[in-house]
Write a protein that binds this ligand. Structure first.
Ligand code: ATR
Length: 271
């Protein structure tokens, strides 16, 4: 290739919508910290679902080395990839693409990212996962792999049953919130300001001090879910921390460098 972009390595997050994403700020801060900012760039690209495949295939020839893929493209990313990691194959969703030798390689850093964000191993613990979409699949796969006893609730029961048939875990229709050591919200509830206690089978006074509560949804400030859990004395992990951990793993895949976690965290949390 005689492209003048040969020495530039472009990265991006592809989503729809994507303007709210903290990934460009976080990844560009990391690239600067690693001394790679002159060579590498990270941008946000809004791509509608019907344009996704054409756009990603074009990126292969536009100097891109890789991309993060977010809502609603994580399933499509797996379908168009030439090679899949074992994790992607098992979870059925991809969030990290790498482009090399004209081929698209798909990986999933959401699962390991979640585990790294937890304060303690969930091994042997009873855990509740809310949701049955791509995010929930990665969470359930990760927790089962650690030896947790996973129960899955979803608004549409058929989807939680299907998820458990494929991955394992037990579908549950009326979970008893306080009885779990770990609760992970992997639904999109809260993203558009919904009341989590109206939409999810949890009550605001149903948390306890021995629990860890994770909310993958992030926005400005603490989510209603985590605010209630914090009042009860539960340990909380927000969506930004999980974003930082998955983003760090993606950056390592692309650059082979050790990601500067503190710099990424600070940039992701900047207002
Ligand atoms: P992702 O890939 O990010 O997980 P998704 O596949 O669209 O996105 O999944 C969104 C999840 O949030 C689903 O579990 C969805 O429940 P349904 O399967 O019943 O649609 C859940 N969800 C979205 N809005 C919800 C709401 N208001 N109440 C409860 N669950 C909701």
């Amino acid at each position: 290739m005689m492209s003048d972009k040969r020495d530039k390595k472009r990265l991006a997050v592809i989503g729809h919508p994507v303007t709210h994403s903290r990934s460009p700020a976080m990844q560009n801060a990391a690239l600067a910290e690693l001394g790679l900012a002159g060579e590498w760039t990270y941008e946000a690209i809004d791509v509608a679902p019907d344009e996704f495949e054409r756009r990603v295939r074009a990126m292969v020839g536009e100097g891109f080395a890789g991309a993060n893929v977010t809502v609603p493209h994580k399933g499509a990313a797996l379908i168009l990839a030439d090679k899949l990691s074992e994790t992607v194959r098992e979870i059925g969703a991809a969030n990290t693409l790498s482009f090399a030798n004209g081929e698209i390689y798909a990986d999933n850093t959401d699962a390991k990212g979640l585990l790294r964000a937890l304060p303690a191993s969930p091994q042997g613990e009873r855990v509740l996962v809310l949701g049955a979409g791509g995010a929930a699949r990665a969470v359930v796969w990760a927790l089962l792999g650690e030896g947790a006893h996973v129960e899955v609730w979803n608004r549409t029961e058929l989807r939680s049953r299907n998820l458990c048939e494929k991955l394992g875990g037990t579908p549950v229709t009326a979970p008893d919130g306080p009885s779990y050591r770990l609760i992970v919200n992997a639904t999109s509830v809260g993203l558009r300001g919904e009341d989590p206690f109206g939409e999810l089978p949890l009550s605001a006074d149903g948390f306890s001090g021995g629990q860890t509560v994770v909310d993958l949804v992030y926005g400005a400030g603490t989510s209603q879910l985590l605010a209630a859990a914090e009042i009860a004395g539960a340990a909380v992990v927000d969506g930004i921390e999980v974003l930082v951990r998955q983003g760090a793993l993606s950056l390592e895949i692309w650059t082979g460098r050790e990601p500067p976690l503190d710099v990424m965290r600070a940039a992701a949390r900047e207002p």
